[in-house]
Design a protein around this ligand. Sequence first.
Ligand SMILES: [Zn+2]
Length: 377
Amino acid sequence: MKCRICGGVISEIEHLTDVKSDVNRYYRSPIKHKKINADYGYCTKCMLGQIDYLLDDKFYDGYAMLQDDIDKDGRDRGITARYEKYYREMLGRLASITDHERLLDIGCGSGTLLTYGKDYYDTVKGVEPSVDACASGRSRGVDIVNGYFDENWSDGEYSVITATQVLEHLEDPVKTLRLIARNLKGGGTLYADVPNGGRIHANGRYYDVYLEHINYWSLNALVAAVTYAGLRVIEAKEIHDGNHICIIAIKDGNHKGYNGDRIIQTDRLNTAIRKYNAFSIWGCGVKGSVFVRGISNHKLKYLFDSDIRLEGLYVDDFEIPISYPDAAKINENDLIVITATEHRDDIEKDLRNRYDYKGDILAIDDTQYNCPLLKGM
Ligand SMILES: [Zn+2]
């Protein structure tokens, strides 16, 4: 048995003789399925538990998870509301990391997440193999493609791709994650969540093992798979009282290396500076000191730093002394460039409120992204 993520040989194998399938279906009369034999392997390197048994292709055609939690009188028992709150906050957060243009939900079921997504994204789309779930989603006015998300999927690039409770079903999850990466725009974000397979090992939760789930994800395994797919993980944690785990990862844009990035970013800044009459830099820490190299400084008025001890001192390779900020000096400028990016919000607030500054503000990170002040460069 080989690990689905790293391809390594799995030595910890348990032979299971009574694994249940079809646990997400309900029947009008008693029914007895035969129990299935399967090997359960655990990769000690990736910390992924995996079942060596594949369901046939048609299995998901009529698949439906029960999604709403309504009592006899039609009242929401609160679980749906709690999930809605969680997913709305998550979608809002993702839209703030990338942009809010296009959302794709893989394995969207009847499109519940997409109905929330409409409030955060310009366009939302789902892909779902179950015919019934598709029909139910479409009747709610959600755009759903009936089928699988595979190598034939070509629909332009997405801002965000979500896959909730999907990766535990997949025979080759890294391949799917690579396809996700290919269909994200540079700077685009993946969100995925799965049942917390790490708990099976920690707590002996044998009742969490059944054939529809062939992968039992720990946080370590999820981070590894997403990393192998070429995405950069920015968050991975337990959610829903530890029953599930989630991951957020970003597809980085084209990185040109130290020299390439330095040339591109200082060029962008120098081009931007041309339309201003006077500009100053705020922040003379290490980032500021590195960044000021290469800036054309004929219009540079001041190097500001709010650390009073630095007043009158010089940074390496620069002939303008450091000034402690005051309103008069600040308002000589029509552009202030913030190099102390970790304090950006505080500095912007100070500039606007304390010093009543009305000019433009740019942070050095903006030279990497599509900042409105740098449009057209
Ligand atoms: Zn492995």
